[in-house]
Design a protein around this ligand. Structure first.
Ligand code: AMP
Length: 539
């Protein structure tokens, strides 16, 4: 027997229609690429998105076409999210930090015909234009006064394009499983792989992520997504905030500590989201100007492990609740997080930190388990390491135009992460499966060692890799970027780690470096580090 309820299909355009009607107090503030702040409300964004949808029609964009963006977090990028997906095409966000060859591959693989580009990234496209011949035209996301001189063919101005169009547009209604967004993951090896989000997955993810037990967004929130709209849709904030009625503060190209602090302080941000590296820059800046985070209630830290020292600083110095979160491009991205609970509220500092250092409990909609090499489930005892598998309505079931199904097994997605899950359901990432160090038949977590190492006062960044060892198979090597002015030594670092990890986990050597290599999404590029030091323990 079926339920007797309306079969209304979920559609991204309905989010903005709703926000325009009911969230009339909310603001969208942008630190613009051209300079200065821009502000307007959801209704303005809706009308301009409709103009843009009309413009896309005149360009010949049809349902299912992939329209590319190469842009910062701004109100124009927000309009593109709604106009493109709302008219039935696919918003394809490209990460400008990728290597040129990867950008060329992605544009050609997605068969993009139109590319919307921020001023900053015009030179990047000029450099590759001869290799992306399928693109019919480029639209610069600016007004006529700021249009650049460029060698790009068929160059148009965003504001001119909009000004010619009516703000009347009837969003088409269609199957909620149609494609709405496309984002390529940038692994450390091989070509990037495309994750194709649907209207259904995007709306469900947004509804789940804004709840109090997740990102805790509401009409009083002023949310600052530092995490870019070109990387997993800024963790879904452009969809979750309008549902929750929150104001959005878009940082534009201003990702440095000073610009972020200006936006936080001037616009009274309440909720921040970003990766640890960004918070490091912000905290250093605030310290240098003796600033505060008085309006901020929570900071979501994800993308890589949140160092304990960072969480302590947010909590104890700035009275901001750190929400440690874990997710992936393949998961839209939200998988798990550490929300406030009665237990956490009461716990002493040590117990609270032990829990908050974990990547949290699955949010409603995501199922998680850990398995062994035969995909057999392992116990949730907080100690046993296993491959982390997930399933849910906003988890990918394959990659776009890619036959590799090795990660999709038995209705689950193998995240490529190794983790533990404890009896309360808290998941802790131990490592990427390819980064975990196998020493004498036992596993060592490179992430845990890195987290402890960055707690040392002389350390800015740490990287641990497993290096082939004649006796133990692999042994950990620790690379450290020292803080300016610090002269800490190998002996200092080892002594610091000694009471924090088992003796056999201690790195055999510590190497001090000027900087560490990163991927386009800011993660440590361990393949490069391993290759460079592959013979370090062979003598
Ligand atoms: P991406 O798809 O580029 O967002 O990368 C997803 C990967 O980032 C995950 O599979 C994890 O390896 C890593 N990651 C994300 N969040 C965290 C976190 N809180 N702690 C540790 N690793 C994380």
């Amino acid at each position: 027997m079926f339920g007797i309820m309306m079969d209304k299909q979920l559609n991204i355009a309905d989010i903005l229609e709703y926000a325009a009607l009911y969230n009339t107090d909310a603001e969208i503030v942008t630190n613009t690429v051209e300079g200065g702040y821009h502000r307007y409300g959801y209704n303005d964004a809706l009308l301009r998105s409709k103009q843009l949808a009309n413009a896309l029609r005149t360009l010949g964009v049809e349902q299912g076409d992939r329209v590319a963006t190469l842009a910062w977090n701004t109100y124009r990028h927000f309009e593109l999210y709604y106009a493109i997906s709302g008219m039935g095409a696919v918003t394809h966000t490209i990460n400008p930090r990728l290597f040129a060859e990867q950008i060329i591959y992605i544009i050609n693989h997605a068969e993009n015909e139109w590319v919307f580009v921020d001023l900053t990234f015009v030179p990047l496209l000029e450099a590759v234009q001869s290799q992306i011949g399928g693109v019919k035209g480029f639209i610069v996301m600016t007004d006529a006064a700021h249009m650049p001189e460029s060698s790009l063919p068929n160059l148009m101005c965003y504001e001119d394009l909009l000004s010619e169009q009516s703000s009347e547009f009837e969003w088409p209604q269609f199957d909620e499983n149609l494609a709405a967004g496309l984002c390529y993951t940038s692994g450390t090896t091989g070509n990037p792989k495309g994750v194709m989000y649907s209207h259904r997955s995007t709306v469900l993810h947004a509804m789940s992520s804004c709840r109090a037990s997740a990102l805790n967004l509401g009409p009083m929130s002023r949310v600052l997504p530092v995490v870019p709209m070109f990387h997993v849709c800024a963790w879904g904030i452009p969809y979750a905030a309008p549902i929750a009625g929150s104001s959005i503060l878009f940082p534009g190209a201003g990702m440095d500590g000073a610009s972020l602090y200006g936006l936080i302080d001037g616009e009274k941000a309440t909720a921040l989201l970003g990766v640890p590296t960004v918070w490091l820059g912000l905290l250093n800046y605030i310290e240098s100007v003796k600033g505060n985070l008085d309006t901020v209630e929570s900071v979501v830290i994800g993308g890589s492990a949140a160092p304990r020292s960072m969480m302590e600083k947010f909590t104890e110095v700035y009275d901001v609740f750190p929400i440690h979160a874990w997710g992936m491009t393949e998961m839209s991205p939200m998988g798990s997080l550490c929300a406030m609970t009665p237990y956490l509220k009461k716990a002493d500092k040590e117990s609270r930190m032990r829990i908050q250092s974990k990547q949290g409990r699955a949010v409603f909609g995501v199922e998680m388990r850990i398995v062994d090499d035969n995909d057999e489930p392992l116990p949730h005892d907080g100690k046993t390491f296993g491959k982390l598998m997930v399933k849910g309505p906003w988890v990918a079931s394959g990659y776009y135009k890619n036959d590799d199904r090795s990660a999709f097994r038995g209705g689950w997605f193998d995240t490529g992460d190794v983790s533990t899950i404890d009896s309360m359901g808290y998941m802790q990432i131990v490592d990427r499966s390819k980064d975990v160090i196998k020493s004498g038949g036992e596993w060592i977590s490179s992430i845990e060692l890195e987290n402890f190492a960055v707690g040392h006062e002389g350390v800015v960044e740490a990287c641990v890799v497993g290096i082939a060892h004649p006796k133990w198979d692999e042994r950990p090597l620790l690379l450290i970027v020292r803080k300016e002015g610090s002269s800490c030594t190998k002996e200092d670092i080892i002594a610091y780690l000694t009471d924090k990890v088992a003796k056999w986990w201690l790195p055999d050597d510590v190497v001090f470096v000027e900087s560490l290599p990163h991927t386009a999404t800011g993660k440590l590029l361990k393949t490069e580090v391993r290759a460079k030091y592959e013979n370090h323990y062979q003598t």
